[in-house]
Structures are given as C-alpha cells and as structure tokens.
Design a protein around this ligand. Sequence first.
Ligand code: ADP
Ligand code: MG
Length: 573
Amino acid sequence: MSSLQQPQTPVLLLKEGTTETKKEDAQKNNITAAKLIAQILKSSLGPRGLDKMLVDPMGDVTITNDGATILKEIEVQHPAAKMMVEVTKSVDNEVGDGTTSVAVFAGALLEKAENLINKKVHATVIVDGYKRALGKAVRILKDMATEIDPKDKGVLVKVAKTSMASKIVSGNSVILADLAVDAILKILEEQGSIDSDARTDNLTSSSKSKYRVDLDNIKIEKKAGASINDTRLIQGIVLDKEIVHGGMPKKMENARIALLNCALEVKKPEFDTRLNINTPQQMQKFIDEENNLLKSMVDKISSAGANVALCQKGIDDTAQHYLARAGILGVRRIKESDMSKLAKATGARMITNVNELNTEDLGYAQVVEEHQVETDKWVFIEGCKNPKALSILLRGGSKKVVDEAERSVHDALMTIKDVIEYPYVIPGGGATEAVISQQIREWSNSLEGRAQLAAEQFADSIEIIPIVLAENAGMDPIDTQAQLRSKITSNEPRYGIDVLNKKIADMTSKNVYDPLAVKEHILNGATEVACMILRIDNIIAGSKSKDMPSGLGAGGGHAMPGGYGGGGYGADM
Ligand code: ADP
Ligand code: MG
C-alpha cells in the first residue's frame, strides 16, 4: 500500500447528514432500546401480570396482556427495538403464545451481555457462548418434555387453560378451554405416519405428528352484550347476515342446503345495449321473459330438493319472491371464506351454475335459523353431521372484553394446535426454565475460556422467567430465586412459581403445562435476536428528508393516522 499517496482532502464516504454510531456506543444504544422493550412487557408476564391500556391516535382503546398485541399497537421507531418486535411477531405467528416470554428473555440475555462487554469480553465471544448454550438448552428441554396422546382431551385442556391463565378471561378459562379443545378435536385431520424419533431430530414441528389442524376451519364470531359464559360452540357456521326476504321461513329443520357461487339474477349485458320497445305488450313480454328466467333458476333449486339457498352473490328481488313462494330460505352476499367453511361444515358442493345443481350437491344441517343477536339478525347453520368447520360465538360484557377474549381464545387454539401437531408438553410456571438454568450452569464449567462466562450468563438469563413470574405475583424475587434453586435437585422440571398462592409449588400438581413447541420457540427466538443485536457494531443512519414530517423517516410510518385502516375502525359493534 506504500505506493499509494495519502489523500490530501478528507474522504467523504457517506452522504451529508448521515450519522454513524460506532463500536461500544452502537452496542450500548441498541442494547438499551431492546432492554426497554423487555421492560415494557415484563410486568405483564404470567397470570399475575398486569394489562396494558393502549390508545391509538384515533382514540381507540385496546386493553391487553398479549406481548405481540402490545408491541403491534405501540409504534416503535428504534431499529433494534423493531427487531425485538419482529421476534415477538414471528413467535406469535408460528406458535401463538410465549410472546411476552421471548421478549423478556431476550432482554435478560442482552442485559447480561452488557455486563460482559463492560468487562471487555468481545461480542463475538458472547455470541458464540450464547449459541452453544442455546444448543445445550434445547437438548435439555427436549429430554425433559413428556410425550402425549394428541387426542387426549385432558392434557389439551390443561394446556389451553395455562395459556389463558394470564388473560383477562382467566376466570372463564374452564368453559373457554373446554370449548376450544372440543372445536379443534372436531376439525382435526389425520395425515401420514408419525415420526417416532421426533425428539432428537431437527424437523419442523408440523412434520412430527400424524394430525394436522387448520385453524381457518374455526370461525370466531363475536358480539358484546352477554356474559363470557354464554359463549357457545356451534356445530356449523354462523353468518352475520339476515334472511333475504320477509316471506321466507325463519327457521328450516332438516335443512338441505344449496351452496351457490353464482348470482340469482339476470345477467346484465357487458356492453351498452338498446332495446326498441314500441308497444306495452312488448314490454310485458320482456318482463315475463326475465321473470321466467329467474323462476326457472328457482325451480331448479327446488327440484334438486333444496330448502335452503346460500348464495355468495346477489339474489334479485323477483328471485327472492319465487324462493319465498317455494318455501326456500335464502341468504345472499356471503363472504367467500364463509362459503368454503360452509362447504366443509355441511358437506355441500359449491355450484357455479344453478343449472348444474343436483341432489347430491346439497349439504345437510339439522336446522338453519335466524336469531336475533343483540341488535343484529344472524343466520345459524347448526347441527351439521360431522362438520369439518365450525364456529365459536364469543360473548362478553363489552367490546373490549370480547376483543381480548378473542385474542385469548386464539392463543388457546394455537397452543392446542401446537401440542396436537408436536405432541409434547412441559411444566410451566418457570419450572422448566429453572432446571435449564441449573443444568446450563453446571455444563458451563466444562467449557473453556470466556465462552464459559457467556454460558453462565445464559443460565442466569433464562432464570428471569420464574423470577419475573414471582415478582409479578408480589413475591420477593431474591428469596424466591434462592428457594427455587434449593428445590431443584433432579433434572425433572417440577418446582415453579405458584403465582396464585404466592409460593413455590409442584407445577404438575397445579396442572400448569406449556407446549414444547412454544418453549422451543422462546429459547431460539430470544437467543437469535439477542445475538443479532450484539453483533452490530456500527449504525449508519441516513438523514431524514427535510419535508418529511417528524417520526416518519425511519420507516414504518405512513401518512394516515394510526388505526385508520387497521382493526379499530369500522368494526360493527
Ligand atoms: P406469554 O406471552 O409469554 O405467553 P403470559 O403472560 O401468557 O406470557 O405468561 C406465560 C407464563 O405464565 C408461562 O411461563 C406459563 O407457564 C406461566 N403460567 C401460566 N399459568 C400459570 C400458573 N397457574 N401458575 C404459574 N405460572 C403460570
Ligand atoms: Mg401466554
């Protein structure tokens, strides 16, 4: 390089206005932001965790304890904090629960890493130690998990209840857990053979069981105005639509259902057409012709033996009249997603041309009836034979309660799905984390050099779960930690935090069980994001354009006020 001359003028590598944060500053900055995210979520971990009230710029209020929902609602700007948000989202998508835990654990990993960085341990060494500890932790976890029968309702209910224990609806978890399990057992699909050695391999969760659950086949309809205990499982589908014509029957028993994907209307021509009518007779003839066309459609439905017509498109006034005269109950403009659920629930075949309708295309339901649900009229298609899709009609005292109940039921459904598709469970309440922590601590002694320090910090970090559960229950964290450590004499996860009685107890006797899939995702997700943040030693940020409103530069923001296009606006309750 000696042949190159020293440049006379400073080299400008970055655009004017670009800021660069280097080395320790960058690390500290990122760690602090990520820790803040963990700090926000900490107090909502576990059954004794508190809830957050989130107000969006439109004034819509959400009350929740769900980690992913909290982070979705607060618009985070800092890039490292965004990485934390991403990891909770991905855990939420994959397994549906454990979102608070993943952020809290990642926060702890970063906090401990910061201590090491202060002692001049290099980030790469920490990352290496953490990764090795993760590998060990996952092996310990899998060895401890208990295999279950995926159709064992008892275990599934325990898992569902554990996932709902931390929600506002926990008081009703007995009913809701039961209902969620019933719903899933109905829509379960069997698939290829089971992998007997699922524990030790690295397959994805879904390939490990012979059952598959598609949650799209469970329709959740919610309505405020009654108690959560009035929530019902419907062996069929609830449509938030009315019966289309006043003259139609409001109730049809032994319903034979035609599912129509086409409109019961006379097709309008696609281009401008002119019709020259000179006499009233011609006019009459034209109208008669249209009527005959509609009547023949209705005749076709009627002669196929249907007494209920469920239509994805429109039903013309005249067609309504003929349907009513034929004693057929009709509903129109049903959502496409509901149509496919209806097909699965009733066994009907979707028809695109009325003239092709045959008796064997019809579906069956014991009863189709319009019910008044608060101020709305909804059509219930109930009592289907062996339905492969069904509905949960969620009730609650207010909109906020039903919204949170929906999120909780969704979490419960996801955890049930998790254990059915990957049939292993493990005690919750911090019991598992306490054993992992102890075993990693022991194992870390076998490591050489500074990686040992990092592995030790990993062991301390995972202990954050029982500690925070205890803290949130109002127990003394230091005393509890000492007591818990003294209780763990074997590698069997038993003793955890009985948050309701504020003491250390055997979690298996309290029936607190989490899916193995959730615990695995927490370990992997948290370590991954912590390592990713630790490996960053340089932040280069472009300058904001001058005419951009503040807060919109770093991505994520858009010109519309938050909450406008999203969920909060336009819900009909
Ligand atoms: P996350 O979003 O991580 O699922 P939660 O607030 O749902 O956070 O809390 C989950 C934690 O609470 C899990 O570790 C679970 O084992 C624990 N837990 C659930 N029910 C109980 C209980 N009855 N006693 C003690 N711990 C419980
Ligand atoms: Mg949870």
